[in-house]
Design a protein around this ligand. Structure first.
Ligand code: GRG
Length: 285
């Protein structure tokens, strides 16, 4: 994440210490016992990624005037574990059947299919184990929010739509519902969890959630533009670019970003949130 300078604010300078602290927290998840399974669990965590969901949580806490505490790193790590498990399972032959992720062999290619299923399961269950260790008195609310966003009315519900289990997705309306669940829910919950951890007022919590919903959609619209060539194949997934064309899809992403940014007036220090929102739409990967 090298670009993203908004005024005097440098996103790359801001996010480096947060990414390091997050990685440390993630590594401790599978360090208690040496085993081949734990090595396999660490593998998709170490291969990097943008970490955009936890970064949204940290930026939202700062927007509320709060420090990013150990509890916040744990909550961010829980979200990243869910995200990582979804990628491991999505890459499996029974889903997208991908050999490479972030330029490296996918988990089932590096190990085998059975281990990739177990790694995903272990990451998913670890997410809730560590989240339950948060010392904040709102821990039950955090667990409930994350469970709901990752489950059948959130990310998994979106994936079920994506693989055609609820019928063909051939309209803008249905594609938007699909992506609000599949991609949007886990991004929006990062903002919502920040509101809980940061003791946001009702007005601030609503602004964060609305920001999260708009930027979640913007993320997917931008992603569809980045993946336009790959998705164009006959057996490729439904995409906004197929329905709207590339230019309109990018304009829609910018509109969703503007809708998100409009929520920031309710927050005291929104620089990092603003820079992350702009990165989301104008990123190159
Ligand atoms: C549990 C099988 C299963 C699926 C759940 C989220 C999901 C549904 C599948 C992941 C695959 C996918 C391409 C989802 C669309 C959202 C998306 C663009 C994910 C990639 O997220 P980034 O760009 O990834 O944040 P990095 O590599 O930066 O971590």
């Amino acid at each position: 994440m090298s670009n993203g300078v908004t005024g005097d604010f440098s996103l790359s300078q801001w996010n480096t210490p947060h990414r390091e602290a997050l990685l440390k927290r993630l590594q401790t998840c599978f360090s208690a016992e040496d085993s081949r399974l734990h090595d396999a669990c660490i593998y998709p965590i170490q291969t990097g990624g943008k970490r955009i969901r936890p970064l949204f949580l940290f930026a939202a806490l700062e927007a509320l005037g709060q420090e990013v505490s150990d509890d916040a790193y744990t909550a961010g790590a829980a979200i990243e574990l869910i995200h990582t498990y979804s990628l491991v399972h999505d890459d499996l032959p029974c889903m997208d059947n991908d050999d490479l992720r972030r330029g490296k062999p996918t988990v089932h290619k590096q190990y085998n299919e059975g281990i990739a299923v177990l790694v995903g399961d272990a990451l998913l269950t670890k997410a809730f184990e560590i989240l339950s260790e948060v010392s904040d008195h709102h821990v039950a609310a955090l667990v409930r929010l994350l469970g709901k966003s990752a489950g059948s009315v959130g990310m998994i519900g979106g994936q079920s739509l994506d693989i055609g289990f609820e019928g063909t997705v051939d309209s803008l309306e249905r594609l938007t519902v699909l992506h609000k669940r599949k991609t949007g829910a886990l991004i929006a919950v990062a903002l919502e969890m920040a509101g809980v951890l940061g003791n946001a007022s009702t007005e601030q919590a609503t602004a964060l959630l609305e920001f999260g919903k708009h930027i979640g959609l913007a993320f997917q619209l931008a992603d569809d533009v980045l993946d336009a060539e790959e998705d164009a194949e006959e057996d490729g997934p439904p995409s906004f670019v197929k329905l709207l064309g590339e230019t309109e899809t990018h304009l829609a992403a910018q509109q969703s970003m503007s809708d998100a940014l409009a929520q920031l007036t309710h927050l005291n220090s929104p620089q990092a949130l603003q820079a992350l929102a702009e990165f989301t739409v104008f990123r190159k990967h």
